[in-house]
Ligand binder design. Structure first.
Ligand code: C2E
Ligand code: MG
Ligand code: MG
Length: 591
């Protein structure tokens, strides 16, 4: 406004009167002074604002009033050689703490030279303005605190608030939101094998793909025009997508499928081809969850189920999952104890050779199978705890335990039975073991320390594990380089096929029990067994039929030239000592 003041000296008259009246009532403080600061005119607002800071409450010399706040004011005025012009523009003056509750804390001061003899000061209360600026700044800081620094996505706090908001809306009858929790399937391996920098880049690219896959929001806009979507990284390799205003659960599942598709495509990072899909847990509405943390926990439980089912897929949260998760948590705690207290032990199931003359080779080999002697539940089978051990990082200790016992028992049998002892011991391998850094070296040392001949050790991997990426293949080749035998377990249940068998570095294919159990009743299964044996033979691989329970099943697999067989028909898994007796007895009988 000071810019609009006439620069010519004002002449008395009606216009002048009106202007003075206007200035008098202006909502800013206006003070006209001489060049030496002597006050010639000031309006009531100026008096209000300046009186509290004026020494001895005297407002006759404005330089004196402002001395303490702007010490160089006189110099600035003196330095202005022009006849008129702006000298100070919107200078902020912090006032000493005032006693009155609503007293200004900050003044804004502008000063203009009106003409060679007069100055015009404009003073305003800038307290609110400064407060607003502070608010904006703290909002920005807060938003930085709510942003994940790596991906620039909102973080967990932001997700919590959004979910709380949607839960409140749902409570008032407004339905239709979904929380999708995604966890990278192979992040740890990427970090371990390719380094953190590549891991970080993977997370950034995953974040970008998630955001990309959410656009356009066409399939979940509702008539109310809502349809907000929040994509966040809530920590580590975990992302959350909150979808608002969904018409139906199926719509949310479609978005989830799109996200998984986008994430499953290979990533190119620093010249590396990185493969890492994601597992997704989906929560539809809040259900029985009371807080946003409950909703996130439910989504996480469903995500873990998706991982357990093999990863790269989605699972919808259901109430039953919570109990199962709790049970797994119980098992986890008990299993830690079990390893410490040596409640685990190893049993051995004979694997017999099918001799061309119709006879049976009882010393062909054995398979080591872990058991848990639970203090209350008795002997627990591995299906109930191997998965948990894999998830909670206990599989390394468990696997090492079995491997070491298998090698020692094998050598013990050899020491006792010599030539008549089993010639091969098979040990099951889990994905997590293969992924452990330094594990191959550990196996090499174990072989050396125990004196176990590598060619007498067979490690069994499942189809779905063996058919995985380059890393797994690499590790399997490293094991083979040690001279160890490899078997493909449970063949027929996974997703590798006969046509890709030649790609896997295995010596033996174990045909899954589900095929063998129908070998004598289903022509279809017979054909599959026959085809598997033929392909394996052509690749120089051995075949083992698993789960033989009846003589007729044994007959069928023999008829199809399967080289080995395993099953209750021959023997159930036995304790180490019983196995020794079993082999010795049968060999003696065969003599
Ligand atoms: P697998 O490696 O395919 O082992 C064969 C399973 O089939 C064993 O079950 C065995 O007891 C069972 N079986 C053998 N013959 C018959 C039969 O005639 N009829 C029936 N119904 N079952 C038969 P088990 O010991 O319960 O082990 C199940 C799975 O747990 C194993 O399948 C293997 O994948 C895993 N496992 C066992 N021990 C270990 C271990 O030390 N480490 C790892 N990573 N996994 C293990
Ligand atoms: Mg096995
Ligand atoms: Mg098997």
């Amino acid at each position: 406004m000071s810019r609009d003041l006439p620069s010519e000296p004002l002449q008395p008259g009606a216009e002048y009167e009106a202007l003075i009246h206007f200035l008098y009532r202006a909502p800013v403080g206006l003070v006209q002074t001489g060049l030496d600061g002597t006050v010639e005119m000031l309006n009531p607002m100026a008096a209000n604002l300046l009186m509290p800071v004026a020494p001895a409450a005297a407002l006759d010399d404005l330089f004196a009033v402002l001395d303490a706040l702007v010490p160089d004011l006189r110099t600035r005025v003196a330095a202005c050689a022009e006849p008129s012009g702006m000298i100070v523009d919107g200078l902020r003056l912090a006032l000493p703490a005032a006693k009155a509750p609503n007293a200004p804390q900050v003044l804004s001061l502008s000063l203009m030279k009106l003409d060679p003899e007069r100055l015009m000061f404009m003073v305003a209360d800038a307290t609110l303005e400064v407060q607003r600026e502070k608010d904006t700044l703290s909002r920005r800081l807060r938003s930085a605190a709510r942003t994940d620094a790596l991906t620039q996505m909102p973080n967990r706090d932001e997700v919590r608030d959004e979910v709380e908001r949607l839960m409140a809306l749902q409570a008032s009858g407004d339905a239709g939101f979904a929380v999708l929790l995604l966890n990278a399937d192979r992040f740890r391996q990427v970090n371990d094998n390719l380094g953190r920098a590549v891991g970080d880049q993977l997370l950034v690219q995953m974040g970008e793909r998630i955001r990309g896959a959410l656009r356009p929001p066409s399939d979940h806009l509702d008539p109310l025009g809502r349809g907000g979507q929040l994509a966040a990284r809530i920590g580590g390799d975990e992302f959350v997508v909150v979808l608002d205003g969904m018409r139906s659960r199926e719509d949310a599942e479609r978005v989830a499928a799109r996200l998984l598709d986008a994430l499953a495509r290979p990533y190119l990072i620093d010249g590396h081809d990185v493969v890492s899909g994601a597992s997704l847990g989906l929560v539809w509405g809040a259900g029985a969850a009371a807080t946003s943390d409950d909703v996130l926990r439910d989504a996480s439980i469903a995500m873990v189920e998706a991982k357990r089912a093999g990863g790269g897929r989605q699972r919808l949260f259901e109430q039953g999952m919570r109990e199962r998760a709790a049970r797994r948590a119980d098992i986890e705690g008990e299993l830690r104890q079990a390893i410490l207290e040596e409640q685990l032990f190893v049993v051995y199931q004979p694997v017999v050779g099918m001799l061309p003359d119709g006879g049976i080779d009882y010393a062909a080999g054995v398979e080591a199978l872990v058991r848990w002697r639970h203090p209350r539940r008795g002997v627990v089978p591995p299906v109930e705890f191997i998965g948990v051990a894999e998830e909670c990082g206990l599989i390394g200790a468990l696997g090492d335990f079995v491997l070491e016992h298998a090698c020692r028992d094998f050598l013990d049998w050899r020491a006792r039975l010599g030539e008549r002892a089993p010639r091969l011991v098979a040990v099951n391998l889990s994905r997590a073991q293969l992924g452990q850094p330094g594990w191959i070296g550990h196996v090499a040392r174990l072989l050396q320390d125990t004196g176990m001949p590598p060619a007498a050790l067979q490690l069994e991997v499942t189809e779905s594990l063996a058919a995985q990426d380059q890393d797994v293949q690499q590790r399997l080749h490293e094991l083979k380089a040690l001279g160890i035998k490899l078997a493909l377990d449970d063949f027929g249940t996974g997703y590798s096929s006969l046509s890709s068998l030649h790609l896997l570095p295995v010596d033996t294919v174990k045909i899954d029990r589900s095929f063998v159990s129908q070998a004598d009743t289903s022509h279809h299964h017979q054909v599959l067994i026959e085809a598997t044996v033929k392909v394996a033979q052509s690749l120089g691989m051995q075949t083992v039929a698993e789960g033989i329970e009846t003589p007729s099943q044994a007959g069928v697999v023999r008829a199809h030239s399967c080289t080995k067989a395993q099953g209750y028909f021959y023997s159930r898994p036995l304790a180490a000592g019983d196995l020794l007796a079993w082999v010795a007895e049968r060999q003696d009988a065969a003599r």
